[in-house]
Write a protein that binds this ligand. Sequence first.
Ligand SMILES: Nc1ncnc2c1ncn2[C@@H]1O[C@H](COP(=O)(O)OP(=O)(O)OP(=O)(O)O)[C@@H](O)[C@H]1O
Ligand SMILES: CC(C)(CO)[C@@H](O)C(=O)NCCC(=O)O
Length: 516
Amino acid sequence: MVSDTEIRRDVKDDVLPRDSRRKAASDEDYFLLHKIDAVFDELRAELKDHRPRDPLMFLRNHLVHKVAQAHDRKSRRRARTFVPADSNAVIGSDLKAASSHEDGESGRLAPESTQSSPMTSSSDESSIELSDNETDTKQTSETSHSNLRRHRSHRVSASQLTLSGQPLIGLDIGGTLCKICCFEPNSCDLQATNRRKFDFLKNSMTYGTTGRRDSALSFDCADGKFHFISFETRRMPGAIELMKKEGLFNDDEVVLATGGGAHKYADLFAKKLGVLLGRGDELTCLLKGLNFLLEHVPDECYYFTNPKSRGDPRTKSFDMQGTVYPYFLVNIGSGVSILRVDNSDSYDRVSGTSIGGGTYMGLCRLLTKCENFDRATLAAATGDSTRVDMLVSDIYGGDYDSFGLKGDVVASAFGKIVMKDDPWEGITKGDISRSLINMIGINVAQLAYLCAMRYEVTRILFAGNFLRQNPLTQNAIAFSVHYWSHGLMKAFFLRHEGYFGSVGAYFLPHQRQDSS
Ligand SMILES: Nc1ncnc2c1ncn2[C@@H]1O[C@H](COP(=O)(O)OP(=O)(O)OP(=O)(O)O)[C@@H](O)[C@H]1O
Ligand SMILES: CC(C)(CO)[C@@H](O)C(=O)NCCC(=O)O
């Protein structure tokens, strides 16, 4: 067991920069040391209660949490700004000129204008403490999203969501899915092509082979409504043909787009549809869209109330409106991007992994023959991953006590298959799909946890369509973050899962862009 003196020395060594340790004379240093002593007493009590396997890691986690709280308290005082929505904003050829503001090297953004705007959140700071922000909606992750219809219309007006009175659409063309966001004003003389767009979108719930409208995610905003649609990116040539046939765009119309496909398909849009893509960086759009939805949809963000239990689906809303920076945003699309977000305009892509939603779908298609995501996740709901995963108990015959590994911990994902003469015997496609969900979800969560430790962040938001209506994955991620951080970090989830980039694209005329 580590002694009190050792722990005290370790804590100070970890937290105090070398220079300040040498001088250790200023009031600030004294204050810091004093606080550390208080934390130390608290930790000693915690150590006594919990007797963690790894006391030093436990201490470090606790300190990271404390530092993040202190940081939050400080940043709460700063006013939050959102990009000014200017109804006369530039579009088309002016997009390029506007791009020069971006600091391409760091991935950070130049500061926005600090001019106050209707989208600037007012003085309603909410507390950094979870209990002050949370709203018990008595929802489970399976329950309906009807409360999305509650709105904060006072923050933005319909004229600020349109350009010269006309609504726009925002596209996020990803490696697997193309997401569309559009705003429909309640009263507006729509131009003919815009009228056709909205008639086309609203008259159906499905489009072509894979397109669908996520009507449960629509929400009222100002004097209108946001709608969300997605289809498989591989259908893009067919989708462009359909848009042409329906006459949804004028010649030379500029469509706002982000994601890799905004680059890849630019020529096809131009040649087949006569449409110019006004492009924005995908991660910047992701963050802009997230900011907007957090500000305008009260129950956008939620967490699992009992992450210790893998099977407990109960969730609670969390009001992210208050300043809770810094946080991590982990976007699980085809691949995974991990961002550290320092404020509404400043972020860094600190890591990523190629093992993401695309890996899940690809392996599912190969191993289960499930052709689409919904079938694969539905099958997973009835699957039993322990029929394919090798557990600690499969190796030890019980727990591995020395290091606290319980028998039901997965020792090797898919490892049980190796133990069988006939790998396919007694397993269902649901078992495979469930194991893949766990394997990928838990792996991403573990990477996010490690990065969060490295960058001293305790709140991790998960987005992207891998989580789409997928409580199994969310549950696995929430459990994993809780497990690895010994309960000191929290996983948050978002109702509009994979649509943030398209919302950010919608607002491109009000922001800077990287090209036209
Ligand atoms: N209807 C669907 N069809 C295909 N995949 C789906 C579907 N719904 C959810 N998914 C999951 O969502 C993932 C794609 O997520 P998302 O749309 O956020 O990423 P993307 O933008 O296509 O990818 P990237 O950002 O890496 O370019 C898929 O890999 C799959 O795991
Ligand atoms: C390439 C992107 C950013 C495209 O959205 C995404 O698929 C991703 O973050 N992939 C992981 C790449 C990496 O290994 O960092």
